[in-house]
Design a protein around this ligand. Structure first.
Ligand SMILES: [Zn+2]
Length: 350
């Protein structure tokens, strides 16, 4: 009897102990202890036991580091990898850099052009490349070379497709022998007004003076000769018209196409009364055949978009009252300017 009671109490005590042990082992802390023990036994040598708790933290830090510094952020990238542009138009390249650049430049059709910082856009740079009317159509690989403040150099590339533009031949374009002789003596042809601005190229500010789209300088009745029109003459052979001819009545006011500085105001035999405005970043507008200048604006003066600079006429080589207007962009080495279609700059905001 006594032995039976003793066995019953022993079984009850053992059952209670088992229940207590099970409850303790089910506790989350107990599971963690077991997991730690397992890691210690299988993966981590004894002397590194104290690092076990740090492992997950280290791993997550490494992942974050990898995510926050992807490979692409170490180099500049073109904002677009593919560009398409027509003959006689402006190729506008943009790059995004990981940090401030000391300089960036590229070479297109054997001519070097520099990038300038885009205002209000951190570490973004842009470049305006004039694509000549006679540029061979096709695909070009353009390499942009960058140099950061620590003089570390990198290159990036993009693809540019130049499309052929159907420039039309001009009908009935004739130059009299007398006019031809006069043009030859003056040493300047209609297509080479760019020579005039050669001396101003190097002083063009390395930032934009212009703002927004360019505006036509006169109220246009009609464009008598579009950009790139092909002219054939005995004196000059086949050549393109590197500006646009805008017709209006005699003495109609002519306004600045955009903000800039008046760098040239003179009379020549072919261009007649001629004004050149520098809009910064090597972008120039040229106004020819003026009847007279607005004498309130002098060379070196800042002019505002829409400000009057002269009056329409037919001075120099002109068969009727019109304004010959050109937009030219210079290269990086100040060796030349290339004319592009002005009308594109009235539609596109650069
Ligand atoms: Zn013209």
């Amino acid at each position: 009897m006594i032995i039976s009671i003793f066995y019953k109490q022993l079984i009850t005590t053992l059952s209670l102990a088992c229940m207590l042990f099970t409850a303790l082992e089910a506790h989350p802390n107990a599971r963690k202890r077991r997991a730690k023990k397992a890691i210690s036994r299988k993966i981590i040598p004894k002397q590194h036991h104290q690092l076990v708790a740090m492992l997950p933290k280290e791993r997550s830090d490494t992942q974050q580091l990898t995510q926050s510094v992807p490979e692409i952020e170490n180099a500049s990238v073109p904002v677009q990898k593919e560009y398409s542009v027509s003959q006689g138009k402006t190729l506008h390249l943009k790059i995004a850099a990981p940090k401030s650049l000391k300089q960036a430049y590229t070479t297109f059709a054997g001519t070097q052009y520099t990038f300038a910082a885009i205002p209000h856009h951190n570490n973004r740079y842009e470049c305006f490349i004039p694509v000549d009317c006679d540029q061979e159509p096709g695909q070009y690989k353009v390499v942009v070379r960058t140099q950061d403040e620590k003089l570390e150099e990198k290159s990036i590339g993009c693809r540019v497709t130049v499309d052929a533009f159907p420039f039309k031949p001009q009908r009935g374009f004739k130059i009299s022998k007398k006019k031809l002789q006069s043009i030859r003596r003056s040493g300047i042809g209609n297509s080479s007004y760019g020579q005039v601005i050669r001396e101003y190229q190097k002083n063009s500010p390395p930032y934009k003076l212009w703002e927004g789209a360019f505006e036509l300088p006169i109220k246009v009745e009609r464009i008598t000769s579009p950009f790139g029109e092909v002219r054939t003459s005995h004196g000059f052979g086949k050549r393109k018209h590197y500006g646009i001819d805008l017709a209006q009545h005699h003495k109609a006011p002519i306004h600045a196409a955009n903000h800039g500085v008046m760098v040239h105001k003179t009379h020549s035999k072919t261009a007649g009364n001629m004004v050149v405005l520098d809009h910064g970043l090597g972008v120039f507008t040229i106004y020819c055949h003026m009847n007279s200048f607005d004498n309130r604006v002098k060379i070196g003066d800042r002019v505002l978009k829409g400000q009057r600079i002269g009056f329409l006429g037919q001075t120099g080589y002109a068969s009727g009252p019109h304004l010959h207007l050109e937009l030219r962009i210079k290269d990086a080495k100040n060796l030349k300017t290339t004319a592009v279609d002005f009308m594109e700059w009235t539609k596109q905001i650069y």
